[in-house]
Design a protein. Sequence first.
Length: 454
Amino acid sequence: MKAKIHFWGGTGTVTGSKFLLETAKHQILIDCGLFQGKKSLRLLNRIPLPLDYSKLSAVLITHAHLDHTGYLPALVKNGYKGPVFMTAPTQALTEIILRDSAKIQMEEADAANRGNYSKHQPALPLYTLDDVEQTLNYILDCEENEWISLAKDIKFRFKRNGHILGSSYLEIDISDKKMIFSGDVGRPESLYLPSPSIPEQADILLLESTYGNRIHPETSPKDQLEDLINKTIQRGGDVLIPCFAVGRALEIMLLIDALKKENKIPPIPVVFDSPMGTEAIEVTSRFPDWHKLNKTALIDLNKEVYFVRAIEETFSIIDRKKTKIVIAGSGMITGGRILHYLKAEIEDVNNLVILPGYQAEGTRGRALLDGEAEIKIMGKFYQVKAEIARLENISGHADQEELLNWIAGFRFKPKEIILIHGEKDASQALAEKIKAKFGISVSLPDLNDVIEIN
């Protein structure tokens, strides 16, 4: 059977993942994410997909992060009325993430209209909470390893890949061809997730390449946190940790909790200011088969961490002068409550901002990592005087060596690899390594490219 793959996102960038698998009779969309980061990327979210929604057979989602699910309500708003398949934990997290996304968009549009600073009159969100609720009606949860037939000659299943709770790679059989969509591949040694499972074989592998040009250092993130936190406490500063609310925040809290229990840092207050993240931790407790934590670990966090719900509490915490650790979204500082803390504290030399996650081009997080002297927050520029530190070896993405080892674990190597979900230099570096180590043909598609599969 002949097939085509259309690359509508996740090429040359780590956001906006959307891949249309097209056969003579069927169209299947794998992931449906939002573009994030640079304005030129974000504007792509407003361009309708070149798609006849009546011909789209299904949407398959590898995991819940916004860059893989965030366009779903726009898809439904624009006419899609078919099934959206994902694992049960992914479904639970997607509900939280999409509602949060719609709420933020509606608030930003309202603020732009009241402040009259939008180029569009009126400013409109990409989608609303009503669109999200409509979208949730089409989601169907699947068991891991459960084969699901979309047609006589097309079936698929999810296999966990260790990135976040519920995340999976997709194994798709089309006639006599086996395709693997890797999703975001996790690390072999996660604090709370099992190691990624490895496919037995694939004719074609679509592989993420976020850290395709990087080897994670051997540095212990726990030891690094201990050193950074203690130095900041000694000078009377606050520790701000912009963090991905789903997955990464839990890991950071577990590390800080361990440091406290071992008396390696003082018993200062720890604040988690992310209603979405709080809900995500509650979801984690509902799916014990998908993680390595025992109930005690999650109960201890509820005792040791102050979970903020209302925005009024955010401003109250900012006003407190007592040294504290604040963990808040968003991870790349593109939005979320971390912005309020940064406005108040980025210009104080005693404070510390720790960046524990990937920082895409065009984000405030990348600007801080790159040493920018000032950043713009809510229309105003702030001088960056606080210390900026990158927390090493805490990523939820496999590095170059781990991705190569994942490929090496296939019993029968892929005949062809297509690299996605990476900035160009990362994808190119990984492609060279794959060719040298395995002698496998590698493609690096650009946005809107189409690759034919025979």
